[in-house]
Each structure stands twice: as structure tokens, then as C-alpha cells.
Write a protein that binds this ligand. Structure first.
Ligand code: PEP
Ligand code: MG
Length: 600
């Protein structure tokens, strides 16, 4: 058995046959050419590009138009393919370097990769993968290799082990049979990570040297893999004991899941009859298919920046996407569109600019305000036009939410821009609630004032924890310090809820903490009544809420916060739940640290 440790990128237990993703690395010949060969090399390149374009077109057709997002993905790849920069650079290099075209293409992609990686920004790095993906397709075509599309043909339950998945691999995966994913690279903000999370597929990413240490020949066929997405562990060729214990844990969890499912309603009652509202977080249109969405109060957070990760979308594209979202919910459900949170750890490939310290830079609302014509105004128009369509057709209720508000002045400027944009809009649009994400300590401390200028708050604990504790949320070296249950964080949450209540506006939480059952009692005790999370987390939280009494939770939260230190408080947390026969699963917020592997 081999145990490997990586980053827990998507929770859950997955068991399936080991399936190595096709190895894309080829030995690419490098040889000199004569001046007279340049024209024929160029012709080879053009033919290969044509071939790849046909291949992508076929892929597009096989997906069908309803797969909007996947289709967009393929379209983006075709655009990369047809971008003149590729052909022009190759032509110049052929003349200058007098080398064969496949070796030049390889240099082109490595240079591109280094350029993007130099920006030290995970999302840029992701985009470099798209370019590599396309370029390697062209190299394959030049060398006469047929593209290995075995991943799209998987017919039995398996766990995929890969260096990394190309974006075009991810979009063609059959998620019904993929029970887990283990990769050497890929960050938590990668497209791969978002996709697997959206479909509830456990994933462990960033297992260093995975394929250097182990390869297909190291294992018998068939060979099983167990993946523990909560702990960031995977067991290749597990021994009987590990396998048995994970089968039993999985069975236990799925039995629990079924029980929990019975508790799930859009509005759940606590033991003492208080109402708590549950919402889902989403970022891609495929998630609208979630069977759990109808049992929630709607979408508490739609991360709009993930809708079009390849480019700045047009107003029309956004409008169509929002209509699709609205038509996927019922008239009683809410849809909260967060305006784009580009920047920080999730800059898309739009490449506006690079920064040395992006987490403290021009991200989210700051970027939107810096590029009002390109980013903010078209999105606001699309949201309000979709809201108008929704109102005409009796669809769900639209809300708009502004990310990373740091001061009241910033919020007022954004609101003014919304008003101006709507004034310029020719059609009549309805008034819809405008909310602020509270994810910076400064916003919390001014939440009494900010509350007067918005219709709702949503607490983004992923960033609030990061900016309160000074811990980069995607840096595994400090991941053990990333802890939402720290007093400093909880006290800021308490202030936010109290100020929202005083102002009479609803307050929800849409960070990962809202879906962590170990935090539910404290959050209820602090007054939270609206929870938004990844949809597969809803049943467990619904079940937990039904079993809590609010008065007890209030006492518990106060006592927790009066403890000497957070270790003692954690003991108390476990004890308090044990007394109520609740076994807590405290997520490995701090377990991303050590990345290694062990062989038994
Ligand atoms: C958050 O910060 O908690 C949040 C929900 O936003 P994101 O994770 O998209 O930054
Ligand atoms: Mg955030």
C-alpha cells in the first residue's frame, strides 16, 4: 500500500480502480532545417492547426449545445489555436532559428509557462495550461499521434491519478464514474478543482513527485485506490484493513447522508422552532443540475468570475447565463449573483495586469471599479436585465452582491455606479436587493455604517479568516494557522451579525465555514440564520441544525469565546458535542502542510 498526502481540494471518500491519465509527455524531436524548408514547415504547421481545429469541433459537437460551459471551453481553445500570435511567432522563429516546427512549439509553450509562472499567480498558471494543452494537441498532430481520449470513455468506477489534467480532459470526463482525483499539480482555484468540487468528487491535489515515484508498472491490474478528500490523503493499492475501514466509513457516511437528506428543507427549524435558511454556493452552470438545489432557499452565492474563466464576457453572454440560472430555480428561491471577484487567488486569464502581492492588490470590487466600462457596468446591466426578465416571467428573485468591500465610501461609489448604469439603461428594471460581502476586518468594524447602505450582508469567511489571521488561504506552508474557529474570527462574525440585526437587514454566511458542521452550533449561537454552502454539504448542516437548541447554542458560543485559549476552547467544543451524542468531524483546515508519501 502506498499512502500519499496532498492538498484536500474536494471532500469525501472515493474508492475505485486506479486509472492513470494518459501520459502526454512525448519525446519531441529537435533538428535543424534549411532556409528552403521554412515554407514547408509552415505548411505542416497550418495543416496540423486545421486538424486540431477539426478535432475540437468534433468534441464541441459531441458535447451538445446544452453544455454551455464546456462548449465555451472548447471555443476558448479554438480561439487560442486561431490566435495569430501562434502562427506569427512560429513563422518568425522558423526564419530565425531554422529548427523544426514541433521543437519550436515546445519552446513556445515552455516560455509561455515560465512567463505565467513568473507572475506567481495560480490563475495565470492555469491559463498557461490551456495554451500548453492546445499546443500539445498541435504537436501531436504534427507527429501523427492520435489523441488519447480514454478518460472520456471511462465506463467503470475509478480514481484518476494524473500529473495534472488538461482542461480539455476535465470537460470530457464522465463524472458518474470518476470517484476521485489525485494529481501532482493544480491548485485549489484551478478549473479542475472547481469542477470536481461542484460535482462532489473527492480530490487530493498537489501530491509532489507522485508519478516520478510510482507508475503503472508499480501496481497489479486491477488495483484499487482509496481517496480521502477531507484529509488530503490517497491510498494506492490499499491493504485489507485500510480498505475495510474506508468502505465502512463510506457506508456510514452515505447512510448518514440519507438520514441527513430527510432533514433538508429550504427553511429548517431548530429543536426550539427557530427558522434557519439554507442556500447553495455555485460557480458554474453545470451545478444547476444539483438535485439538492430545489430543497434549498436558492443560490446564496454565485461566483460569477468562474462563469467565463477564459475571458471578459460580453453583457449578452452574462445576460444569457443569468437567465439560465433564474430559470433553473423556482419562483420562491433567491439567486444572489456576486459581481466578479477577479484578482487575488483567483485571477482569470483576462490578464489585465500582474501584481507582486495580488491578495492585497486590485481584486474584486477594486478591479471592477478600476475597469467600469469593461467589467462593472456590463455586468450590472446584465444582472438587472435578467432580473427584469425574471420579474416578467415569474422566475426566482435576483440579488446582487459586492465582494471585498473595505470601506463605506467604496460601497457608496459602487452603488453610485450602479445607479448611473441603470439610468443609462433604456429598459425598465426592477429594484433588487444589493448586498455587501463582509470579508475584511475593516468592513466588519464599520458594518454598523455599511449596514445602512445595503439590503443584506454575506460573511465571506474564506477571506475574513485570511485577512484577520494574516494567513494566505492558498499557501500550504501556513495552512496549519488557517482556523475559522479562532476567537478573533468569531468575534468579528459576532459584530457583523449584531450590526446587521440592529439595522434590520438579513445576514448570511457563504464562506466554507458555513458548511462545516463543527461550526454550526457556534454560528447559531452567534445569531446566524442564513447559511450558504456547496450543495452536497446541505443535508449534514440541515440535520445538525434540527438538533440544536438556540438558547443552548448561545450559552455555548459565549462560553467558547470566554476560554483562555483556542486549544482549550476546542476541547470544550468536542466535549459539548459529545455530551449531546454528536461526533464532530473537524475538517483538516490545518492538514495541508505536509506533502509526502509513505509506502508500507
Ligand atoms: C469567502 O471569501 O468566504 C467567499 C465566499 O468568497 P471566495 O471564496 O469566492 O473568495
Ligand atoms: Mg472572498
Amino acid at each position: 500500500m502506498i499512502e500519499v498526502q496532498g492538498m484536500p481540494a474536494a471532500p469525501g471518500i472515493g474508492i475505485g480502480k486506479l486509472c492513470f491519465a494518459p501520459h502526454r509527455k512525448r519525446s519531441i524531436p529537435e533538428y535543424s532545417i534549411n532556409k528552403g524548408d521554412v515554407a514547408s514547415e509552415l505548411e505542416r504547421l497550418c495543416k496540423a492547426i486545421e486538424l486540431v481545429d477539426e478535432e475540437l469541433l468534433l468534441l464541441h459537437k459531441s458535447l451538445g449545445d446544452s453544455d454551455v460551459e464546456k462548449v465555451d471551453f472548447i471555443t476558448a481553445h479554438r480561439m487560442i489555436l486561431q490566435d495569430p500570435i501562434l502562427k506569427d511567432t512560429m513563422e518568425t522563429w522558423l526564419h530565425e532559428k531554422l529548427n523544426n516546427v514541433e521543437s519550436l512549439l515546445l519552446h513556445f509553450t515552455t516560455g509561455m509557462e515560465q512567463h505565467f509562472r513568473g507572475m506567481d499567480n495560480p490563475m495565470f498558471a492555469e491559463r498557461s495550461k490551456d495554451i500548453q494543452d492546445v499546443a500539445h494537441r498541435v504537436i501531436d498532430a504534427l507527429l501523427g499521434y492520435k489523441r488519447d481520449d480514454s478518460l472520456s470513455k471511462i465506463k467503470e468506477d475509478c480514481v484518476i491519478v494524473a500529473h495534472d489534467l488538461y482542461p480539455s480532459d476535465t470537460v470530457t470526463l464522465n463524472f458518474r464514474h470518476v470517484k476521485g482525483l489525485v494529481t501532482e499539480t493544480g491548485g485549489v482555484t484551478s478549473h479542475t478543482a472547481i469542477m470536481v468540487r461542484a460535482f462532489g468528487i473527492p480530490a487530493v491535489l498537489g501530491v509532489e513527485n507522485l508519478l516520478r515515484n510510482f507508475h503503472r508498472e508499480s501496481f497489479s491490474d486491477p488495483c484499487l485506490v482509496v481517496i480521502d478528500g477531507n484529509k488530503g490523503k490517497a491510498f494506492l493499492d490499499p491493504d485489507k484493513r485500510t480498505l475495510a475501514s474506508y468502505y465502512s466509513l463510506k457506508k456510514q457516511r452515505s447512510a448518514h447522508f440519507d438520514t441527513y437528506l430527510n432533514a433538508l428543507r429550504p427553511k429548517v427549524s431548530t429543536k426550539d422552532g427557530q427558522d434557519v435558511y439554507l442556500y447553495t454556493n455555485m460557480g458554474i452552470l453545470d451545478e444547476l443540475e444539483s438535485p439538492l438545489l430545489p430543497s434549498s432557499s436558492g443560490i446564496g452565492l454565485f461566483r460569477s468570475e468562474f462563469l467565463f474563466p477564459e475571458k471578459i464576457p460580453t453583457e449578452e453572454e452574462q445576460y444569457q447565463a443569468y437567465i439560465k440560472i433564474l430559470t433553473s430555480v423556482s419562483s420562491s428561491q433567491e439567486v444572489t449573483i456576486r459581481t466578479t471577484d477577479f484578482g487575488g487567488d483567483k485571477v482569470p486569464g483576462i490578464g489585465l495586469f500582474a501584481e507582486d502581492n495580488p491578495l492585497l492588490g486590485c481584486r474584486a470590487i477594486r478591479l471592477a471599479m478600476a475597469y467600469p466600462e469593461e467589467l462593472f457596468r456590463p455586468q450590472i446591466r446584465a444582472i438587472y436585465r435578467a432580473a427584469a426578465y425574471g420579474a416578467r416571467h415569474g422566475l426566482g428573485k435576483m440579488r446582487v452582491m459586492l465582494p471585498m468591500i473595505s470601506t463605506h465610501g467604496e460601497l457608496l461609489r459602487a452603488r453610485d455606479l450602479i445607479d448611473e448604469t441603470l439610468k443609462d439603461l433604456k429598459t425598465e428594471v426592477p429594484e433588487i436587493p444589493i448586498g455587501a460581502m463582509i470579508e475584511l476586518p475593516s468592513a466588519v468594524l464599520c458594518s454598523d455604517i455599511i449596514a445602512k447602505s445595503v439590503d443584506f450582508f454575506s460573511i465571506g469567511t474564506n477571506d475574513l479568516v485570511q485577512y484577520t489571521l494574516g494567513v494566505d488561504r492558498v499557501n500550504e506552508k501556513v495552512a496549519h494557522l488557517y482556523d475559522p474557529l479562532q476567537f478573533g474570527v468569531l468575534k468579528l462574525i459576532r459584530i457583523t451579525i449584531a450590526n446587521a440585526n440592529r439595522a434590520g437587514i438579513p445576514v448570511s454566511m457563504c464562506g466554507e465555514m458555513a458548511g462545516a458542521s463543527c461550526a454550526t452550533a457556534i454560528l447559531l449561537g452567534l445569531g446566524l440564520r442564513h447559511f450558504s454552502m456547496a450543495s452536497y454539504g446541505l443535508p449534514e448542516i440541515a440535520h445538525a441544525i434540527c438538533n440544536y437548541d438556540i438558547e443552548e447554542c448561545q450559552e455555548f458560543a459565549e462560553l467558547y469565546l470566554s476560554m483562555r485559549d483556542s486549544d482549550t476552547a476546542r476541547e470544550y467544543l468536542l466535549e459539548w458535542h459529545k455530551e449531546r451524542n454528536i461526533t464532530l468531524d473537524i475538517p483538516g483546515w490545518g492538514e495541508r502542510g505536509s506533502r509526502n508519501s509513505r509506502r508500507f
